[in-house]
Structures are given as structure tokens and as C-alpha cells.
Ligand binder design. Structure first.
Ligand SMILES: *[C@@H]1O[C@H](CO)[C@@H](O)[C@H](O)[C@H]1NC(C)=O
Ligand SMILES: *[C@@H]1O[C@H](CO)[C@@H](O)[C@H](O)[C@H]1NC(C)=O
Ligand SMILES: *[C@@H]1O[C@H](CO)[C@@H](O)[C@H](O)[C@H]1NC(C)=O
Ligand SMILES: *[C@@H]1O[C@H](CO)[C@@H](O)[C@H](O)[C@H]1NC(C)=O
Ligand SMILES: *[C@@H]1O[C@H](CO)[C@@H](O)[C@H](O)[C@H]1NC(C)=O
Ligand SMILES: *[C@@H]1O[C@H](CO)[C@@H](O)[C@H](O)[C@H]1NC(C)=O
Ligand SMILES: *[C@@H]1O[C@H](CO)[C@@H](O)[C@H](O)[C@H]1NC(C)=O
Ligand SMILES: *[C@@H]1O[C@H](CO)[C@@H](O)[C@H](O)[C@H]1NC(C)=O
Ligand SMILES: *[C@@H]1O[C@H](CO)[C@@H](O)[C@H](O)[C@H]1NC(C)=O
Ligand SMILES: *[C@@H]1O[C@H](CO)[C@@H](O)[C@H](O)[C@H]1NC(C)=O
Ligand SMILES: *[C@@H]1O[C@H](CO)[C@@H](O)[C@H](O)[C@H]1NC(C)=O
Ligand SMILES: *[C@@H]1O[C@H](CO)[C@@H](O)[C@H](O)[C@H]1NC(C)=O
Length: 390
């Protein structure tokens, strides 16, 4: 079982190697656009990004903004996610309930997926919003909020003034739209809620405040949103079993919202898991690391020894490591051992002494007697206090 596991891991290294090392970026790839760091498999020029999927090509515009596709401005990139800005769709009524203003955005995310770490939210009274996704199967999610008077300001997005729902959409969706509407003939809320807002936002980035948000959503026009990305459309096992050579230090895993696979560095390594050697996952030297997460915990730093994927605390000869305090302790027997040893020793001596005494006593008390018929008998001396019988 263990061997099998090791084999699979080796296989995963291989797939990352063969599928990605060909696309190893050359020296003059752009690594930064504005404040955003760009890393393989993403890139801004053909030889710099993962060649088999144009989704990994990004654009750095003249305002130093990094764009994914036509529509998304990138906030940052991790080894499995792309964080982007997403516009708020809205619709506003005038006092007689007619449409005054509005916008409903359609985004093309191509081979990336809407992460389950987003929430679909609508803010407004008597408001209904659709999240529509397009692909081989079209799909709609609905969120409904009802209220005839201003809701109490308690910050809960619970269906009164605000509705929020998880994002589960078909895996192959490549486009989505957020569309708000007012429930017909329920526009009497106009004076405290002129507009309805709807958006996809990363879980935790929006906190509903009835007194502020029903007026104008605090003038927020966009929210951070998470897109999941992965390599290809096959599983780790599927791509892996053609292994002929291994790439170590990184491992394969599956996105929960996409087909295809992702890579990550093994525990104790850091770097880009989609590359190998000096650009790829490298051992973290826990003994010298400034990071709090990866720092060693040897109580005396001079005892720390780095090794691939970890570290250990090395004690001098005659010392052993106390794993509670991670400090070196002299190899001695300790008070408990001494006490136990002494007690056992003392007891053994006592036992031995009493044995010997018992034996001697036996010898003393038994006499050889010769009976009148010449037979020999052993005579045991009667106990003391029983002398009357002697
Ligand atoms: C980079 O970040 C700084 C500080 O957060 C910000 O002021 C600046 O506008 C950012 N630059 C770009 C191009 O986004
Ligand atoms: C999606 O990925 C496939 C390969 O997995 C590629 O052929 C296709 O062009 C990609 N689609 C887009 C829109 O980038
Ligand atoms: C989002 O809003 C900005 C500014 O209003 C606009 O330039 C951009 O085109 C919008 N995005 C989409 C996908 O329509
Ligand atoms: C990206 O930005 C988010 C929110 O600002 C932050 O929590 C996260 O750590 C960042 N991720 C990376 C890889 O920089
Ligand atoms: C509301 O909009 C409708 C249609 O656009 C218009 O006929 C009506 O005069 C507007 N009412 C007010 C109070 O602006
Ligand atoms: C959203 O965040 C909350 C708390 O931060 C957490 O309890 C909840 O499980 C998260 N939901 C999703 C879909 O990740
Ligand atoms: C999905 O919606 C688009 C746009 O409305 C339409 O062109 C397409 O035929 C629909 N696909 C399916 C499978 O219904
Ligand atoms: C909305 O109200 C108007 C007038 O009060 C009425 O004529 C109309 O039938 C109502 N529409 C719906 C969908 O209830
Ligand atoms: C995976 O992608 C390839 C190339 O884009 C395509 O030919 C194949 O049908 C896809 N397989 C699945 C199961 O989606
Ligand atoms: C990969 O594994 C599948 C199922 O175990 C097998 O049918 C296939 O022949 C293997 N392919 C290679 C190239 O080893
Ligand atoms: C990685 O592979 C090289 C040889 O290919 C080997 O020398 C090294 O010990 C391996 N490292 C790990 C952490 O497996
Ligand atoms: C694995 O990590 C070791 C130690 O940092 C490094 O020397 C080696 O180049 C790495 N191997 C690969 C294939 O990235």
C-alpha cells in the first residue's frame, strides 16, 4: 500500500515535469505588472505561459493593470486561484416605479471556474437576482429579498433587505451574468431603497448594513471575486500513469470546482510547484528562516540542523532531546529512576537476606534421628512456645 502511494506520488511529479517543464519561462518573461506578481503557468507573452491553454495568457495594459481576458482586472494570483475585480450589477427605479438607470454585466471567464469560495448576493427590498451561467448546460441561481419597510440594521444577510447564496454552477461554464430585478408592483420601497444591487464576491468581503447599503451600497462599484484554475481536463491519475521519470518536491491535487489538476510544494518546500529545479519548489531552511510558520523550534538555535523537507535538533553526545521543551538534556537516570532503582535494590537485598535466614533456620531446626529399629528420620524441632511437647 505504502509502496503504491510512493509510486503515485512519483507519477504526479512526472506529470508536472513533462506537462509544464517544456513551458519553463525564459529569462525575459515579465514577472510583475503594477503591484501584481506574475508566475508560470501564467504569463504575458506566448513563450512565458502554459502553451496548451490560452487562458493562461494575461495582458498588462498601459496603465499597469493586469487583465485576464477582456473583462477582468487581476488582484493577485495563487497556485490554484486568480483573484479579480467583479462589477456590481444594479437597477434603479424612479418614484413612479419605472426603470431609471441600471447595468447588468456579462463576464467571460473561459477555462476558469467560479470558485465555491464566492457568495452570490442581492441587496434591496422586494428584489430578485439571477446568476446565470452559460456552457454546454445553462444554469440559473436565484436569490430573493423581501421587505416593505426598512429592515432593522443588524448586519445579517438573511433575506430581509439582503439575500446571499453559495455558488454551485456547472463545471464547464465559461460565461456568467448577474441580473437584478424588482419584484413587480412592489416599488413602494423607493424612498428608502431606490436601487437593487447584485454581485459575486469572495466570502467575507461583504457585510450587510441595512442603514447604509439600501441607500447606495456605500458607493462600492466592484468586489473581489475568486476564479479557480487548473491544468488540462484530466485527473492526477489519468495524466500520471505514463510516468518514465520523476520530478520531486511537488505533488498533484484536484480543484473542487474544476476538471484538471493543480500542483503544490511538499511540506517544508516553497517555490513554484509548476516548475522544477531552481525555479521550482526548494527546501526551506528552517534553521535560518525568518518566517514564523517555517521557523524551527529547537530551544537552542545552534542545535538546529536543516534537512530536505524539515529540520531536527541535534544534541551533543551524552545529551538527548526532550521533545516537550525541544531542549537537550543530559542523559541521566533522573530522580524517579534513582528512587525506583534504590527501592528495587533494597527490596531484593531484603528478600535475599530473608531467604538465607529462612534456609538457615530450617537447617537448624531439623535433626537427624535414629529410631530404635535403626531407621533414620528427620526430626523437626517444634516451634518455640510449644516447648511442652519437647
Ligand atoms: C500599488 O499599490 C499601492 C499601495 O497599495 C497603490 O497606491 C497603487 O495604486 C498600486 N498600483 C497599481 C498600479 O495598482
Ligand atoms: C481551454 O483549454 C483547452 C485545453 O484544455 C484549449 O484548447 C482551449 O482553447 C481553452 N479555451 C480558451 C477559451 O482559452
Ligand atoms: C466594469 O466597470 C468598469 C467601469 O465602470 C468598465 O470599464 C468595465 O468594462 C466593466 N466590466 C465589464 C465586464 O463590463
Ligand atoms: C491575495 O489577496 C488577498 C486579499 O487581499 C490575500 O488575502 C491573499 O493572501 C493574497 N494572495 C496572494 C497569493 O498574494
Ligand atoms: C419615471 O420614468 C418614467 C419612464 O421613464 C417617466 O415617464 C416618468 O415621468 C418618471 N417619473 C419621475 C417622477 O421622474
Ligand atoms: C464563508 O465564511 C464563513 C466564515 O468566515 C464560513 O463559516 C463559511 O463556511 C464560508 N462559506 C464558504 C462557502 O466557504
Ligand atoms: C445557453 O444560453 C445561450 C444564450 O442565451 C444560448 O445561445 C444557448 O443556446 C443556451 N444553451 C443551452 C444548452 O441551452
Ligand atoms: C400592478 O398594479 C397595477 C395597478 O395597481 C395593476 O393594474 C397591475 O395588474 C399590477 N400588476 C401585477 C403584475 O400585479
Ligand atoms: C479534454 O480536453 C481535450 C482538448 O481540449 C478535449 O479534446 C477532450 O474532449 C476533453 N475531455 C473531457 C473529458 O472534457
Ligand atoms: C493508464 O491507466 C489506465 C487504467 O489504469 C490504463 O488502461 C492505461 O493503459 C494506462 N496508460 C498507460 C500509458 O500506462
Ligand atoms: C530529488 O531528486 C534528486 C535526483 O533526481 C535526488 O537527489 C534528491 O534527493 C531528491 N529530493 C527529494 C526531496 O526527494
Ligand atoms: C528539490 O529540492 C532540492 C532541495 O531544495 C533541490 O536541490 C532540487 O533542485 C529540487 N528538485 C526539483 C526537481 O525541483
Amino acid at each position: 500500500m505504502k509502496v503504491h502511494g510512493v509510486f503515485l506520488v512519483a507519477v504526479f511529479f512526472y506529470l508536472a515535469y513533462t506537462h509544464l517543464v517544456n513551458g519553463q519561462p525564459h529569462k525575459d518573461c515579465q514577472t510583475r505588472c503594477g503591484n501584481v506578481t506574475i508566475e508560470y503557468p501564467f504569463g504575458t507573452s506566448p513563450s512565458c505561459h502554459y502553451a496548451d491553454d490560452p487562458s493562461f495568457k494575461l495582458t498588462c495594459n498601459d496603465k499597469e493593470k493586469l487583465l485576464f481576458g477582456r473583462d477582468f482586472e487581476v488582484i493577485n494570483i495563487s497556485h490554484k486561484e486568480l483573484r479579480v475585480w467583479n462589477n456590481v450589477s444594479y437597477v434603479c427605479d424612479n418614484s413612479t416605479g419605472n426603470l431609471n438607470d441600471g447595468a447588468s454585466y456579462i463576464y467571460t471567464q473561459s477555462n476558469l471556474s467560479l470558485s465555491r469560495n464566492n457568495k452570490f448576493t442581492v441587496v434591496g427590498c422586494n428584489a430578485l437576482a439571477l446568476l446565470m451561467t452559460y456552457g454546454t448546460r445553462n444554469h440559473s441561481a436565484v436569490c430573493l429579498s423581501t421587505c416593505d419597510s426598512p429592515p432593522v440594521a443588524n448586519g445579517e444577510c438573511n433575506g430581509e433587505g439582503c439575500c446571499s447564496t453559495d455558488v454551485f454552477v456547472p463545471l464547464d461554464s465559461n460565461k456568467f451574468r448577474t441580473l437584478p430585478t424588482r419584484v413587480p408592483n412592489m416599488t413602494s420601497v423607493y424612498d428608502f431603497n431606490p436601487c437593487i444591487y447584485t454581485f459575486l464576491a469572495e466570502n467575507g468581503t461583504f457585510h450587510f448594513d441595512a442603514s447604509e447599503d439600501l441607500k447606495n451600497l456605500r458607493n462600492v462599484k466592484e468586489f473581489p471575486m475568486v476564479l479557480d484554475w487548473s491544468i488540462g481536463n484530466q485527473t492526477c491519475n489519468e495524466v500520471g500513469n505514463t510516468s518514465v521519470r520523476g520530478m520531486n518536491n511537488s505533488t498533484c491535487f484536484h480543484s473542487n470546482s474544476r476538471p484538471g489538476y493543480n500542483c503544490k510544494c511538499l511540506e517544508g518546500f516553497e517555490g513554484n510547484p509548476y516548475l522544477s529545479y531552481e525555479h521550482g519548489c526548494q527546501d526551506i531552511d528552517e534553521c535560518t528562516s525568518k518566517s514564523t510558520i517555517h521557523k524551527h523550534n529547537c530551544s537552542d538555535p545552534s542545535t538546529c540542523r536543516n534537512k530536505d523537507g524539515g529540520f531536527y535538533c541535534k544534541c551533543r553526545c551524552g545529551y538527548r532531546l526532550d521533545t516537550n521543551t525541544m531542549s537537550c538534556q543530559r542523559k541521566d537516570f533522573g530522580w524517579a529512576t534513582i528512587l525506583l532503582g534504590t527501592t528495587i535494590g533494597f527490596l531484593s537485598i531484603l528478600l535475599a537476606v530473608s531467604c538465607v535466614r529462612q534456609k538457615m533456620k530450617h537447617r537448624k531446626d531439623i535433626y537427624k534421628g535414629i529410631l530404635p529399629d535403626n531407621s533414620i528420620v528427620a526430626i523437626k524441632k517444634a516451634r518455640r512456645g510449644d516447648s511442652s511437647q519437647v
